[in-house]
Design a protein around this ligand. Structure first.
Ligand code: F6P
Length: 341
């Protein structure tokens, strides 16, 4: 049996560990053959394949990025479409695809699978916003990077008695902000699920400042102030026609300074949260997902994906991951809010 592996959408620490897990288990336990597919669905549509053996995956668990490359190509556009893809796979003797990706990738995988293309999925998102999986690999690494960055912001903030506003990723959900903010002792955390007014934010900033602290505000890129219709975006659209987010901290910082009179600085962490080596937790999670994906393709569990439930790896239909976003529950926000101010 020959299997193609692709990574698609935004990259994420742990992608290489998944690839290694699939190839090691697939070759040693099942005698599977693998090809790497370059740059996500683009490589499927354009038949851009290369042999993927144990040799290519050695030492990969700790390596950031993806050796396969990635893109946000839609497999139904251009020369794509299910019939063309089926013909390409048949021509190259490929019996199925493992697609490692987030919401957009899994939605495409779901559609292709319904159109008869054998696809199995591995969920990926640093934002931790996919339904059906309690945590996704990449999230823990992003939280560690953001926490370290905020620890650093706090020492410079303390030295100058400034308010520091740290902006983290999180298009629809505030998991990175919530976890990194709690870990770093933020005085207020602003997430997409809980709109706040500028006065609610500045009240916490002032309270922290009056206690002699240099206030730390953590904000998700997708946060909206009360009354704000759309998340802040001034960078146009991405390949999926979604607004490119980033910059809300630079809107909030001058407002905080104007209202409180406290000198305020904004820092956008951006793609640094997606780069570099995965954490130990993410290496293990990604490797386990890869090992289970190898079992799944042998059993031809097409149309499904692996997911983490508690501490177990389970299999669920694509639809389960796509139905609802994995948002921060109100109770988790309230728990963290006890530490604000
Ligand atoms: O979906 C994950 C994510 O990291 C979002 O938080 C962010 O909005 C987006 O990717 C940015 O991706 P890129 O700049 O690579 O298009």
């Amino acid at each position: 049996m020959k299997i193609g592996i692709l990574t698609s959408g935004g990259d994420c620490p742990g992608l290489n560990a998944v690839i290694r897990g699939i190839v090691l288990k697939g070759t040693t336990s099942y005698d599977l053959e693998f090809v790497g597919i370059r740059d996500g669905w683009r490589g499927v549509v354009e038949a851009d394949f290369f042999p993927l053996t144990r040799h290519e995956v050695k030492g990969l668990a700790k390596v950031g990025g993806t050796i396969l490359g990635t893109s946000r190509t839609n497999p139904y556009e251009g020369r794509g479409g299910a019939d063309n893809i089926k013909a390409t796979l048949a021509e190259h003797g490929i019996d199925g695809i493992v697609a490692i990706g987030g919401e957009g990738t899994l939605a495409a995988a779901d559609r292709l699978s319904k159109d008869g293309v054998p696809v199995f999925g591995v969920p990926k998102t640093i934002d931790n916003d996919l339904g059906a999986t309690d945590y996704s690999f990449g999230f823990d690494t992003a939280v560690n990077i953001a926490t370290e960055a905020m620890d650093r912001l706090r020492t410079t903030g303390d030295s100058h008695q400034r308010c520091m506003v740290a902006e983290v990723m999180g298009r629809h959900v505030g998991w990175i902000a919530l976890h990194a903010g709690m870990a770093a002792g933020a005085h207020v955390i602003c997430i997409p699920e809980v709109p706040l007014s500028i006065e609610e934010i500045t009240a916490q900033v002032t309270s922290a400042f009056e206690r002699g602290r240099a206030p730390l505000v953590v904000v998700s890129e997708g946060f909206k102030l009360k009354g704000q219709e759309e998340a802040y975006s001034d960078k146009g659209l991405d390949a999926f026609n979604r607004p490119r987010l980033g910059g809300i901290s630079e809107v909030l910082a001058p407002e905080i300074e104007r209202i409180t009179g406290i000198e305020t600085r904004a820092t956008v962490l951006g793609h640094i949260q997606r780069g570099g080596s995965p954490s130990g937790f993410d290496r293990v999670l990604a490797t386990r997902l890869g090992l289970h994906a190898a079992d799944a393709v042998v059993q031809q569990a097409w149309g499904e994906m692996v997911a983490l439930r508690g501490t177990d790896i389970v299999r669920v239909p694509f639809a389960d991951a796509l139905g609802e976003l994995h948002t921060v529950p109100q109770s988790r926000y309230e728990e963290a809010a006890a530490l604000f101010g």
